[in-house]
Design a protein around this ligand. Sequence first.
Ligand code: PLP
Length: 386
Amino acid sequence: MSEATAPTGPEFGEGTHRTLTIVRGEGARLWDADGRSYVDLGASHGVGNLGASPPEVVAAVAEQARTLLYLGTGYGNPVRDDFLAALLRLLPPSFGRVFLSNSGTESVEAAIKIARSATGRPKVVAAMRGFHGRTLGALSATWRKELRAPFEPLVPEFVHVPFNDPAAVEAAVDERTALVLLEPVQGEGGVHVATGEFLRAARAAADRSGALLGFDEVQTGVGRTGRMFAFEHWGVVPDVLTLAKSLAGGVPIGATVTTPEVEARFRGSHHSTFGGNPLACAAGLAALRVAVRDRLPERAERLGRHALDRLAGLPSDRVREVRGLGLLLGVDLRERVAPALAALEARGFLALPAGATVLRLLPPLVIEEADWDAGLAAVREVVAGG
Ligand SMILES: *Cc1c(COP(=O)(O)O)cnc(C)c1O
């Protein structure tokens, strides 16, 4: 993470700027090679809603690996069927079709292809500060210039409107628009919660013009914001929903959920060799069962409210705003966030940035209350001296 450290080792890319090596985890605790323990306040960018190595997911993966590790999509499989049924049971009845892949960006690529094909239109309306992944299609919907510029030209016909500006989304969506793609809570872009007015305007604009409304819940899905899916907060139901990160409890997966009506209009083909493999589906089935059984959305809502209370009243010369929903929280600082992250790490707490100035907290939803309290106390201390 630290920008000052030079890359070491053979891995390509920015992930190699590392200062800390983690070898083991349990719940919201991670251990380094020397046996020092840390409280995880970042859940690997939202992969770890169930914590590190959740026992039920580990058991399901081990059992499935022994039974059938891999199967192409040309064959039916009961574990895949059970996982898809479990996922659809948690969603409004309008949904009924799922395309399975292996990551968040793939789930977004599928959403873009499905929308373009089903509508026969080219244009995608996304939001400023939005993040949707890094393959060329998803990157075209992503806002940040530094992520885009080295790879231009990107896919044509993508436009960005200011987040939470209902008039702007109404004006941008027209009869050339295939998809309006939004995060209900922007994660990477700095933790910004949508207003109901904005999401309803996007829904109405899509309906008026015949475009599809897509919500990217790769980070907000599976309980993170205090509902199983964030859109439930506003009751605005999209036509396409993208999921990944914690959907299979830590095993790679991506899912693009849509309606039978959209599927009926889809022309062409889209496919993933590893999509819907039994290992990921077994993990996903176990993960959804745990999330429901342990009422993780309710826990996220409760612990998130508590955090907003505990972080209230931080001095306004240091902190611009504290915001968020459930356990997706941002502390927007008036200075760069890197020193605060380093100070937290020195105290044994691993948090994340969201842009240059926002300290992002997205702990596993299973975090022990004592660990969460200690983490919040450490955040107060680090950003405000107590
Ligand atoms: C992380 C993220 C993605 C990309 O997921 P990958 O698995 O890294 O490809 C897409 N959309 C949102 C909202 C995300 O938070």
